[in-house]
Design a protein around this ligand. Structure first.
Ligand code: UD1
Ligand code: CA
Length: 453
């Protein structure tokens, strides 16, 4: 039996008070809707339909690359009306899983259980018991505990308002059953909407079995209506990942001050100090030590490397036993070989630093290849840009670059060459040569100091 997924995302999201559509607000650096689509794709459905309305073009631009198909809902007449928009495209024999674009953290495994429960014959709904059920549709049961209906908060009587088991909105059922119910839903309710939830009472009337499932954690089915709920959900998500890292053997100085916005894979005995942000795909080998306030994105960090406080690393490959920072910035295309040192206020871009080379203070290296055992003095700048084009610099093994040198690319500095401090180098330097390109010092004897007039 095939599976098709319908994700509702046409609503306005007024309470976010934002120009960005609600479902595109990021959680852990990724739009909420993308979380929902990716979790759904874990079920290998035949198709994922997104019901779009407000800001449809922006939503479509986000989900199209994921292979989801957008279906317009021009007027938001209710959740039942929203689902109905996709049904002409759905195979009647398929099982339909309905999700919300503003409920980002439903795990694939929970979706799978719901789909299994629905099978060919039943309506399976995801419910959760909340201490404060205000605003939600209530799950109404008879005295035998059998689910009878879902009653929306605004339509509920005093007795029903006391019910703490609520509808998450997520459900699974065979498409042909949905097709028989959706056209019969009326909008004679407090909100004048076409409620998807009305299919529960219809299923009962038709003798279709109603299955129900609850999440392990209420946050897994928590929807986001405003920025407070988004921030709370973000913290919960982060804490889950931090706790998992601790269990995996990573020492986090404080699991409440760690943020993961992507995927982190780790070796053993890693230490991560407070306020570190990991983004994109990051791998940390054994014994990596990360100081406080570092931002590391799309990087591979080799065994035993130390990243000191306040360093920023973006699309870099770092080998074993390197030392980075404090206050270093490795930009895209940076490669550090073993035992390389990149110190404070150093910026590298599209640059390779060879084994055991040192770039310790106040330096910019762009489009540069630095060999082994090179010492780059404080304040060295590779001038890689003439305002129009970029040029390359190569610095041979064992070279020594004196402090405050400007190296104007394209230029090659030979093996074991030395550059005198304060030089502006515009021509190649042969192996083992000394290059000095600075004004000559003159010492003037019997210099009469000016006197105050
Ligand atoms: C809905 C449920 C309620 C449940 C709650 C859980 C109904 C009638 N009620 O109520 O039982 O407890 O969710 O959060 O289903 N949407 C569309 N098109 C529409 C209307 C809504 O795409 O015409 C989308 C919204 O963008 C949103 C989702 O459907 O993602 C839910 O809509 P919302 O208006 O938030 O429903 P609730 O009133 O919260
Ligand atoms: Ca809602």
């Amino acid at each position: 039996m095939s599976l098709e997924v319908i994700i509702l995302a046409a609503g306005k999201g007024t309470r976010m008070r934002s120009d960005l559509p609600k479902v595109l607000h990021p959680l852990a650096g990724k739009p909420m809707l993308v979380h929902a689509v990716e979790q759904a794709q874990g079920l290998l459905p035949k198709c994922v339909y997104i019901i779009v309305g407000h800001h449809a073009d922006q939503v479509e631009a986000t989900v199209k690359p994921l292979g989801a198909e957008c279906v317009p809902q021009d007027q938001q007449l209710g959740t039942g009306h929203a689902v109905a928009q996709a049904m002409p495209k759905v195979d009647p024999d398929a099982i339909v899983l309905v999700l919300y674009g503003d409920v980002p953290l439903v795990p694939t495994s929970l979706m799978q259980q719901l789909v299994n429960q629905a099978g060919d014959q039943s309506l399976a709904i995801l419910t959760v018991t909340l201490e404060d059920a205000a605003g939600y549709g209530r799950i109404v049961r008879d005295h035998n505990g059998q689910i009878q209906a879902i009653v929306e908060h605004k339509d509920a009587n005093a007795q029903q308002l006391k019910i703490k088991e609520i509808n998450t909105g997520i459900l699974a059922v065979k498409a042909s059953l949905l097709n028989s119910w959706l056209p019969r839903i009326e909008s004679n309710n407090a909100q004048g909407e076409i409620y998807l939830t009305d299919i529960v009472a219809m299923a009962v009337a038709d003798g279709v079995g109603i299955m129900h499932l609850q999440p392990d954690h209420p946050q897994q089915t928590q929807g986001v209506n405003d920025r407070l709920q988004l921030a709370d959900l973000e913290r919960w998500y982060q804490r889950q990942h931090a706790d998992q890292l601790l269990r995996d053997g990573v020492q986090l100085a404080d699991p409440t001050r760690f943020d993961l916005r992507g995927e982190l894979t780790v070796g053993r005995d890693i230490y991560i100090d407070i306020n570190v942000i990991i983004e994109g795909q990051v791998h940390l080998e054994d014994g990596v030590h990360i100081g406080p306030n570092c931002h590391i994105k799309d990087a591979h960090i080799g065994m035993g490397t130390k990243i000191l406080a306040n360093s920023v690393i973006d699309q870099a490959q770092v080998a074993q036993n390197c030392s980075i920072g404090p206050f270093a910035r490795l930009r895209p295309g940076t490669i550090l070989h073993e035992h390389a040192k990149v110190g404070n206020f150093v910026e590298t871009k599209n640059t390779t630093v060879g084994r055991a080379s040192k770039v310790n203070h106040f330096t910019y290296l762009g489009d540069t290849k630095v060999g082994k055992n090179v010492n780059i003095g404080a304040g060295t700048i590779t001038c890689n840009y003439d305002g129009v084009n970029k040029f390359k610099t190569t610095i041979g093994d064992g070279a020594f670059i004196g402090s405050n040198s400007a190296i104007v690319a394209p230029v090659n500095i030979g093996v074991d060459a030395t550059i005198g401090a304060g030089s502006t180098i515009t021509k190649d330097v042969a192996d083992e040569h000394l290059a000095i390109a600075r004004g000559k010092q003159r010492n003037i004897a019997f210099w009469a100091k000016p006197i105050k007039i």
